[in-house]
Unconditional design. Sequence first.
Length: 342
Amino acid sequence: MSDVPPGRKPRNRPSMIDVARVAGVAPITVSRVANGQDTVQEATRQRVLAAMAQVGYQPNTAARALATGRFGTLGVVTFTMASYGNSRTIAATVAAAEKQGYSVTLLTARSVSGGEVADAVERLHKQAVDGIIVIVEARLIEGGALSLPPGLPIVVADSGGASQYCVVDSDQAGGARQATEHLLGLGHRTVWHIAGPGTSFSATAREEAWRDTLRSAGVQPPRVLVGDWTNHSGYLHGRELARDPDVTAIFAANDQMALGAMRALHEAGRSIPGDVSVVGFDDMEDSDSFWPPLTTVHQSFDEVGRLCVEGLLHEIRHDTGQLRTRIVPTSLVVRQSTAPPG
């Protein structure tokens, strides 16, 4: 018995020929785009993808996998989506993958350990992905605590010391150096630092750059106050710093901890920036709505995501790893939370 209602003709699925007709290209070009080949110019590929969407064409992923050995899916492994940096990097990676015609399967490791990450990668590998992006903030790779399957295309985001993988990261040290130099340049005698957790590569890189910048200026670094990326930890450390009248400048390792420190300073009657200048890191969307608007280090998460996908697709399509680090520049965004010391 036919499933088509009486009086209605069966609807044929759109074909590559239909897409080619709308896009004004040859069917072989549509086939190359559908199979994820990189031999098609970007403008043409975008025109073909737009035509696919217009006619409702869906590539036969099973047939493509049999023909090419590729599945059109990238895997992403991360520890948590709660932190601002991770969530932005994941969102940028998914957007970049979709732009290239790939879907994304996301898994979250249950804990910050090399074994948990390796297990998540192995589970993704069994789910038929073409390659995997590991967003690993913790310092697992440089200590040899993370072992990933050989032969699987892998790109690592936000982790240092991974010479055996293609790595993409923001210029953590450069951003921290700009923040510290900015405060010293305003005339502050020293800069206090609220650092991220010691297990984080980015937090360690920012802390080391802050310390090196002070020493290069002939300033002995004060003790570090270690937070956990949350505004609550920034608030607790801010309360301590607010009690010291000699504290005139604070560099927090992310905007959320900077926000917590600013609240503590306000509650203690310390004006910002009249009494204390504050700088953050990330340039999250709401940082210009803090009171006062926050001076912070801008990270281009969109570029990090794009380069992660670009590097992974290069490995997938050419069967060779680039084995190099891609560093995305950071920049200081000066707003009203910093000024010369009162």
